[in-house]
Design a protein around this ligand. Structure first.
Ligand code: ATP
Length: 430
């Protein structure tokens, strides 16, 4: 299994992920996605959106705000209950999560630990110039609440019938104090989340269906299935809103850790927002006129953790060659185009015209530096599935070679058919 150090250094070296505020010495649990990482993140989100929003007529997308009325977080229970128990060392004053510590000694300096205290994970801020109680606001710690507070709006504008979903992709913020393990745990992160509203008596069946869909999605984006498992939460671990939660865990180099969560949230949120806001958030059955609170099954997909597990699954070494065997749909570049030699103007010119042809369809990389072998290696390392080379023969018969990243095999294809051949490869790729 590849080590985290190797992944972190590849990410930095090739521009997938940089340490946050690096020129100022960085800041714990913050990272920035570079040119390749930003492309890959966008691909992951687009694929998710295609499968869970665009290909379903009963899922309604939303893009709600990060800052909302603090009453939202009172009703949701986050002000009272979104806490981690922390212990502080009486000598070095470092804080640790009580549930991550086995003894009553500080793991850093062996000092004595104080009693555990509850620490709220929400980032607090103030609206306006005066920092006082009445102007407190919170950055959302989950995207879910935006979907509950807009439930009535969606009922009115979309007239959906159960079961249906509200979905969004967006940032969430948590004041995490535990070590991050690279992008596994960060202060801000993106979630791809669906609130799936169901009839109260059908939640178990819906829960099972979502388990299958979440699992299948991971296989579709190229996560190694031998490093995945489901884990059900015990009663003492359940979040304040949940009656049943199961996580998909991945075997990271630092051990098994949560990748996604699937929670049965009952009617907790809609009921509480109704009580707190005075607005009736019940659903009315269009056939019978019966009014009731739908129950909710919530699949949550962390974007950063998806990104990390895809990289860990794709990383392969073959002697001194390093290959990222990314699913082509996720890969930052689909194709690289090379002139075989850089000092023959006809070849370089032809390579530019082939680049123009392909780059209207997909992100394409053009490279004429160094020798061809090095260029292939450089593309293998960032997961580019196909390299197209323009050589002497191209000038004679208008054919180019396509080299496959995983097999290193080459085939010759006419430039006239190149777009079609690449399209087909991409469509058929897994
Ligand atoms: P953990 O137990 O690791 O703290 P959690 O149970 O608090 O996670 P959820 O509240 O279920 O996490 O959040 C849903 C998803 O959001 C997680 O499955 C994960 O993919 C992602 N996520 C949660 N916290 C973070 C974080 N600090 N950094 C990156 N991703 C996160």
């Amino acid at each position: 299994m590849v080590s985290m150090d190797k992944i972190v250094s590849l990410c930095k070296r090739r521009g997938f992920v940089y340490p946050g505020s690096e020129i100022y010495g960085g800041m714990a649990n913050t990272w920035d996605y570079g040119p390749l990482g930003a492309r890959m993140l966008a691909n992951i989100k687009k694929l998710w959106w295609d499968s869970f929003v665009d290909r379903r007529d009963n899922v309604f997308p939303l893009d709600s705000g990060i800052i909302s009325n603090p009453k939202v977080w009172e009703a949701s229970g986050h002000i009272a209950s979104f806490t981690d128990p922390l212990v502080e060392c009486k000598s070095c004053h470092k804080r640790f999560r009580a549930d991550h510590i086995d003894s009553n000694k500080c793991p850093e300096c062996s000092g004595e630990l104080a009693e555990a205290k509850l620490f709220n994970l929400m980032f607090k801020t103030f609206i306006g110039p005066v920092e006082e109680q009445g102007s407190i606001a919170y950055l959302r710690p989950e995207t879910a609440q935006g979907m509950f507070v807009n439930f009535k709006n969606i009922l009115i504008t979309e007239r959906p019938t159960l079961p249906f979903g509200i979905a969004q992709i967006g940032k969430a913020f948590r004041n995490e104090i535990t070590p991050g393990n690279f992008i596994f745990r960060t202060l801000e992160f993106e979630q791809m989340e669906i609130e799936w509203f169901v009839r109260p008596d059908s939640w178990e069946k819906e829960f099972e269906e979502w388990k299958n869909r979440m699992w299948q999605w991971l296989l579709d984006v190229g996560v190694d299935k031998d490093r995945l498992k489901w884990r059900a939460h015990g009663h003492d671990e359940l979040s304040h809103y949940s009656k049943r939660t199961e996580d998909i865990e991945f075997e990271f180099p630092f051990g098994w850790g949560e990748l996604y969560g699937l929670a049965y949230r009952t009617d907790f949120d809609l009921k509480n927002h109704t009580a707190k806001s005075g607005q009736d958030l019940q659903y009315e059955d269009p056939q019978t006129g019966e009014k009731f609170f739908p129950h909710v099954v919530e699949p949550t997909f962390g974007v950063g953790r998806t990104f990390l597990t895809i990289l860990l699954s794709a990383y392969t070494e073959d002697g001194d060659r390093m290959i990222l065997k990314l699913n082509p749909k996720v890969a930052p570049y689909k194709v690289a185009v090379f002139p075989l030699v850089a000092n023959k103007p006809e070849i370089v010119e032809k390579a530019h015209s082939v680049y123009e042809l392909i780059s209207t369809n997909y992100p394409t990389f053009f490279d004429e530096r160094g020798n061809i072998g090095k260029r292939y290696y450089a593309q293998d390392e960032i997961g580019t599935p196909w390299c197209v080379t323009i050589d002497y023969q191209t000038l004679e018969d208008n054919t180019v070679t396509i080299r496959d990243r995983d097999t290193t095999k080459q085939e010759r294809v006419s430039v006239d058919q190149l777009k079609e051949v690449l399209d087909k490869k991409l469509r058929n790729s897994e």
